[in-house]
Design a protein. Structure first.
Length: 204
């Protein structure tokens, strides 16, 4: 890795292997700060605009799922609108969020799909988290990720997404392809800022 940039008194690093950009751990927010920030987000389950936003991931995922699949909404937040949308489509969805739905029992099984919407940018230890997500997938299962992809470096310092103090790691499309390859997952980008990764149906 190499030092990439200092912005707003925070040091950012660049991973040479996967081109992710991440905040130095010394600048990670504490749990109380994270929770307070999350509670300012107006992500209501019945909000049509929020549902349209989530449909960017839900629609391509639903097109690939078998009927009555079982899934986990990982990082669902206080208002799990995506889980409700997927349940409305006939699937069963468990919830996990380290702040709002911390029950660890749901992490002890495998799922046909795992969703992470606006979650992976909060990971303090992304390598460990992606290993956990991979372990949660049943053979043939889908990992669906939505996060705002970083584009050119010249705009990074002024990027609104960077300015959220709870966003500590930033991914390019190439980053997610590297992570998928590392875990033996096939990766496709069906829409901007959305990655769908599929686990092999049998060990490779």
């Amino acid at each position: 890795m190499r030092a990439f940039l200092v912005a707003d008194d925070r040091l950012y690093w660049r991973c040479e292997a996967c081109v992710a950009t991440f905040v130095d751990p010394l600048h990670h927010p504490d749990p109380a700060t994270e929770r307070a920030c999350y509670l300012t987000h107006r992500n209501e389950t019945a909000d049509p605009g929020y549902r349209r936003f989530l449909a960017r991931l839900a629609d391509p995922l639903l097109a690939r799922l078998a009927p009555r699949s079982s899934g986990l909404d990982y990082g669902c937040g206080p208002g799990p609108a995506l889980a409700e949308m997927l349940r409305d489509a006939g699937h069963t969805v468990a919830l996990f969020d380290p702040v709002f739905h911390p029950g660890a029992a749901v992490l002890g099984r495998r799922y046909d799909f795992v969703t992470c919407t606006e979650t992976v940018e909060h990971f303090h230890r992304p390598a460990e988290e992606f290993a956990r997500l991979d372990a949660l997938l049943a053979p043939g299962g889908w990992l669906a990720v939505m996060t705002c992809f970083q584009t050119d470096d010249a705009r990074f310092a002024g990027w609104h997404y960077r300015r959220d103090p709870t966003h500590v790691v930033f991914y390019r499309e190439a980053t997610l392809r590297v992570l998928a390859d590392r875990h033996g997952l096939d990766c496709e980008i069906p829409r901007k800022d959305v990655a769908l990764m599929r686990k092999a149906c049998a060990p490779r």
